[in-house]
Design a protein around this ligand. Structure first.
Ligand code: GLC
Length: 591
């Protein structure tokens, strides 16, 4: 029998989901066939000059919470290695690991006390090398978190810097005299609440910290700081990593004249008068440093990638991160799309078009979940149709032209589980801001692997954060066996993204422009073959959509479903009468 095409395979799988007539083994054979096809394409792509990060599916791992291998209740590097087969099976091309460098863990790793070592809580350098090697054997790249804005106050550089006003490393950080004995130099606020200046009695000056007081800001105007930090990048590139996610880069510089920030009405969650962070955010010098960082990683072969945390206020600011000659960040994270926080087709359409039309032409980078904000299950769900809404967002994430990033657990529908009591909070901002700000523990709970105690995350009776009660239903083992699970929906989407030329490389055009509820777009096959149409009903009503796609070069007036939710038995739908159930999703092939 000739092998099935991917589309035939998916249509068959869809009918199977509905009719439940084909045994599980056939479905597995179908999935395996798709997987081997995917691997072949992936290899071809890597063998050419393909820019891998344009097509990659990137998966963020919070190492503390992913998999514990030594029973101490904290995830670790060997734990990640032990789950690489799962990631491969999911279809992940690269993992971004949040910091696992030596750290007092005030900000759970984002307070770094040594940039070129591994915190013993997470393992050893040999464990790290083993992880990179095993990942490579599975065609999975490793992306490191680079935290350039600040170190820990326990970093040897800061210990030296604070030791005396004349220490050679004094100028590696931002030290200033106060306005008076206990008055900070100006009104700048820490992102994590209260003054951004901390008085150090030893030398009688204040130091600047954009985040916690235990995270003093480095002085990027000092050339020695730059040299040392570029050495850090080379250290990890030499160990075989594929690039970096740059933490908080827009905050690298502060106004040297220390102007007060303008006041805004109201107070923040910590009770401070609101301010506009005008003199500490997005100063023009940031771009000079981004260009330098890009030059450092570009010394290495294999198209290393830079991803930036770019929580910019609008798309025009976001696109500056690419650099005017595309010589800065390749993938600035798009927080605008992530944080629409409404089921609003028009809002997504507008934002996606804006980034698509960006004048420099950079590659968009979409994500919906990360370690700093509530999971989408809670931000986008309506409490009734959450399963459908999760599939809607997954489809949006994995079918546009943007490089997609997942956050561990979103593929199984993990929910935000904030601490119930202040005394249980681990994240310091939850302690300072309670109860208005409960901190970020809720989105960092352990990965839910199976139904065993603590969801298979650890053998310790006390994981560092409690496992949410939902783990009995929402876990990898249960969902792997259920063909209709969210996990299997993600897998099918990732396979489609990889194997459909239109989803891989196709131009993206919004269609059905004026529909307030249904977001519809076409990914046009670059080689004239099958194109892909995506329809996402963001409303709780059934919707009928009529499309005329002749102007887009689609001559047929019907489409063949590739994947949908709720699943459909139809093998063909008329373009002038597409029916979508509430929060319905349809991905279909058109010619
Ligand atoms: C980034 C990280 C966040 C951290 C902060 C300070 O925003 O994503 O987790 O707390 O930087 O390093």
């Amino acid at each position: 029998m000739p092998p099935m095409t991917l589309r035939e395979c998916c249509i068959r799988a869809l009918s199977v989901l509905l009719l439940v007539a084909t045994p599980v083994t056939s479905r597995l054979a179908c999935a395996q066939q798709q997987a081997s096809g995917a691997a072949a394409i992936h290899q071809t792509a890597q063998g050419t000059n393909d820019i891998w990060w344009k097509h990659a599916v990137i998966y963020e791992i919070y190492p503390r919470s992913f998999q514990d291998s030594n029973g101490d209740g904290i995830g670790d590097l060997n734990g990640i290695t032990s789950r690489l087969d799962y990631l491969k099976d999911l279809g992940v091309d690269a993992i971004w690991i949040t910091p696992m460098y030596p750290s007092p863990q005030v900000d759970f790793g984002y307070d770094i006390a040594g940039y070129t070592a591994i915190d013993p809580q997470y393992g050893t350098m040999a464990d790290f090398d083993h992880l990179v090697k095993e990942a490579k054997a599975r065609d999975i790249r490793v992306i490191m978190d680079f935290v350039p804005n600040h170190t820990s106050d326990q970093h040897p550089w800061f210990i030296e810097s604070r030791s005396s006003r004349t220490n050679p490393k004094r100028d590696w950080y931002i030290w200033r005299d106060g306005k008076g004995p206990s008055q900070p130099p100006n009104n700048w606020l820490s992102w994590f609440g209260h003054s951004a200046w901390k008085f150090d009695s030893k030398t009688g000056q204040f130091y600047y910290h954009h985040f916690y007081p235990e995270q003093p800001d480095l002085n990027w105007r000092n050339p020695e700081v730059r040299k040392a930090m570029y050495g850090v990048l080379r250290f990890w590139m030499d160990r075989g990593v594929a690039g970096f996610r740059l933490d908080a880069v827009s905050r690298l510089f502060e106004d040297p004249n220390l102007h007060d920030d303008p006041l805004l009405p109201g107070t923040n969650a910590y009770g401070d008068q609101n301010i506009e962070h005008k003199y500490t955010d997005n100063l023009p010098e940031v771009h000079e440093v981004l260009r330098e960082i890009r030059q450092v990683v570009d010394e290495y072969p294999g198209n290393p990638v830079l991803i930036s945390e770019a929580d910019e206020p609008n798309i025009s600011e976001l696109t500056k991160m690419y650099g005017s000659k595309l010589d800065e960040i390749q993938l600035p994270m798009d927080f605008q799309v992530a944080d629409v926080n409404q089921r609003c087709a028009a809002c997504f359409r507008e934002l996606i078009n804006q980034i698509e039309d960006n004048p420099v032409g950079g590659q968009p980078y979409f994500f919906f979940n990360n370690h700093d904000q509530d999971r989408t299950w809670d931000r986008y769900g309506d409490g009734v149709h959450n399963d459908a809404i999760a599939r809607l967002l997954a489809t949006l994430l994995l079918t546009t032209r943007a490089t997609p990033q997942l956050y561990y657990g979103e593929e199984i529908g993990m929910v935000t589980t904030p601490p119930a009591r202040k005394e249980d909070v681990r994240d310091p901002i939850g302690k300072i801001g309670w109860p208005k700000e409960k901190g970020r523990d809720g989105e960092r709970t352990p990965m839910q692997w199976d139904t065993s105690s603590n969801a298979g995350f650890t053998t310790s009776p006390t994981p560092w954060l409690p496992v949410p009660p939902s783990y009995k239903q929402r876990n990898v083992t249960v969902e792997e066996k259920d063909p209709d699970s969210l996990l299997n929906f993600y897998k099918q989407l990732i396979l489609l993204r990889r194997n459909q030329p239109a989803l891989r490389d196709g131009k993206q055009t919004m269609v059905n422009w004026h529909d307030a509820d249904v977001l519809s777009y076409l990914r046009k096959n670059p080689d004239g073959g099958e194109s892909v149409l995506v329809l996402l009903n963001m409303s709780n009503k059934s919707k009928k959509v009529a499309l005329a796609l002749k102007p887009q070069g689609i001559t047929s007036n019907s489409a063949k479903p590739l994947l949908s939710y709720p699943s459909t038995t139809a093998t063909i739908v008329r373009l002038d009468a597409i029916l979508l159930p509430p929060f319905g999703t349809l991905v279909a092939a058109v010619k």
